[in-house]
Structure formats: structure tokens, C-alpha cells
Design a protein around this ligand. Structure first.
Ligand code: ATP
Length: 236
């Protein structure tokens, strides 16, 4: 489904990503782990077409080249981004936020059906459809952000550190929600600092260190890898 090959990004002369190669299959959760500044956000931004740097290499979704397309076309092709910090509209209601996610032509035509689908997946959003988002908990707001991205009926959902600022209990709920999204057949590309919980639900993972992917593997193997444990899992 998503194939990234030889993807490099530089901000001016400063390289932020070097020759990244990765794949996300349908119905698969893939996590990118890495320290601050490793290039994780840059990778997601390059996939979504919103990277300010110079992007080289290839990103294809089901064979269609995305590099060079404007962001709205990439959404049309089936890639949705939940940005760091969620990007919800705090003064609007849940339903208004969701509806704003249906801005692509394809999504607008199917807005009613998509809204129904998202509210079936996350019943809480249906129950709270009239609530102003500002008055919701961090975890609920994150659910709104994911629901809004789902309104474009994506094939691939990408998320930049969605667990940031959530309590352990809400993190657990967030990752359970991502598992629900996976069950619908959507592929998920997840950037996370929370290695433990993200590897617990992911199918595969990649380690990004200092602009390069240095390791990849099945999530279960990464969890038991001593180097990964030392760097990302607090020594196990
Ligand atoms: P974090 O978890 O801290 O967000 P990250 O792995 O997501 O880290 P990136 O945000 O991708 O890292 O940044 C990678 C490098 O590129 C960093 O050195 C950063 O300072 C630099 N960088 C990111 N965005 C820009 C930009 N718009 N202009 C210039 N340099 C940038």
C-alpha cells in the first residue's frame, strides 16, 4: 500500500531525513520510534506533502506517486494526518470538527456516510456530537482529531505523537482506538515517544536515529531486542 523509497529531506543545507525506506500494508500499524530531532515529524510531513524542506525520493500509495502533489491531492489519494497537538477547533462542536474533516471532494460527496461510519467506530463521538471540544478531556479531544482525519475516508492514517500529554489510562484508550481503526482495513503510520504501548499494539516498527532508519522489525521482536529496550523501553 504505502511504499517509501529513498526519501530524503533537507532544510537548506541541513539534512533531516536520509534515504528512508519503509512500507505500510493495508490493516497494519507501523510505528516509527526515535529520539527528539531524529526526523520523525519530517518523515510524516513529507508523506503528507506539508514538509517545508526539499524532498527527494518516492512515496507511493497503491502505486500513485505522492511526492510533488499538493497536500489536498494527497488527502484525495487517501492519506490523512493527525498532526502533533491534534489541531482540533476548540470552540466548535464535535460534529462541526468532524464535518470540517470532510473537505476533499471525495469526502464531501460521502459526508453523511463517513460521519455515520466514524460515529459507529467511536460511539462516544456520536453521544457527544453537540459538545464544544474545548470542554472535553485530552483523550476525548484526541478521539475527535482521529475521527476528523477519518472523515476523509483514508486508506492510510498518519499520526504524530498522539499520546503526548495523555495520562497512562487515556494512552491505553487511544491505542485501543487505533486498533479499532486498523480493524477497518486502514493502514496506520504512527510516530511515537511512548515505545512501550505503541509497540504493544503495532505490527511492525522502524527505528530512526539521526536522520536514518537504522533498524526495522516485527513489533514483538523489537520489544525483546536488548538495544531497543535500552534506548526506548527504559532498560526493559
Ligand atoms: P521531535 O520529536 O522533537 O519532533 P523529530 O524526530 O520529529 O523530533 P523533526 O521535527 O523531523 O524531528 O526534525 C528533524 C530535524 O530537522 C531537526 O534538527 C529540526 O530542527 C529540523 N527541522 C525540522 N523542521 C524544520 C524547519 N521547518 N526548518 C528548519 N529545520 C527544521
Amino acid at each position: 500500500m504505502l511504499d517509501v523509497t529513498g526519501l530524503s529531506v533537507a532544510y537548506g543545507k541541513h539534512p533531516a531525513l536520509n534515504e528512508a525506506v519503509l512500507r505500510v500494508n493495508r490493516g497494519e500499524i507501523v510505528v516509527i520510534l526515535g529520539a527528539d530531532g531524529a526526523g520523525k515529524s519530517t518523515l510524516l510531513k513529507a508523506v503528507s506533502g506539508i514538509c517545508e524542506g526539499r524532498v527527494q525520493g518516492s512515496v507511493t500509495l497503491n502505486g500513485t506517486e505522492l511526492v510533488g502533489l499538493p497536500p489536498h491531492r494527497i488527502v484525495e489519494e487517501g492519506v490523512a494526518l493527525v498532526p502533533e497537538g491534534r489541531g482540533v477547533f476548540p470552540d466548535l462542536t464535535v460534529q462541526e470538527n468532524l464535518t470540517l474533516g470532510a473537505y476533499s471532494d471525495r469526502a464531501r460527496e460521502e459526508e453523511g456516510a463517513n460521519l455515520e461510519r466514524v460515529m459507529t467506530l467511536f460511539p462516544k463521538l456520536g453521544e457527544r456530537r453537540g459538545q464544544v471540544v474545548r470542554t472535553m478531556s485530552g483523550g476525548e479531544q484526541q478521539m475527535v482529531a482521529i475521527g476528523r482525519a477519518m472523515m476523509s475516508n483514508p486508506a492510510l492514517l498518519t499520526l504524530d505523537e498522539p499520546s503526548l500529554g495523555l495520562s497512562p489510562l487515556l494512552c491505553k484508550e487511544l491505542f485501543q482506538n487505533l486498533s479499532l481503526v486498523r480493524e477497518t482495513g486502514i493502514g496506520i503510520l504512527l510516530v511515537e515517544q511512548n515505545a512501550k504501548q505503541s509497540l504493544a499494539i503495532a505490527d511492525r516498527g522502524y527505528l530512526l536515529e539521526n536522520t536514518r532508519i537504522v533498524h526495522e522489525g516485527r513489533a514483538a521482536d523489537l520489544r525483546s531486542d536488548p538495544a531497543v529496550q535500552a534506548a526506548y523501553l527504559g532498560g526493559g
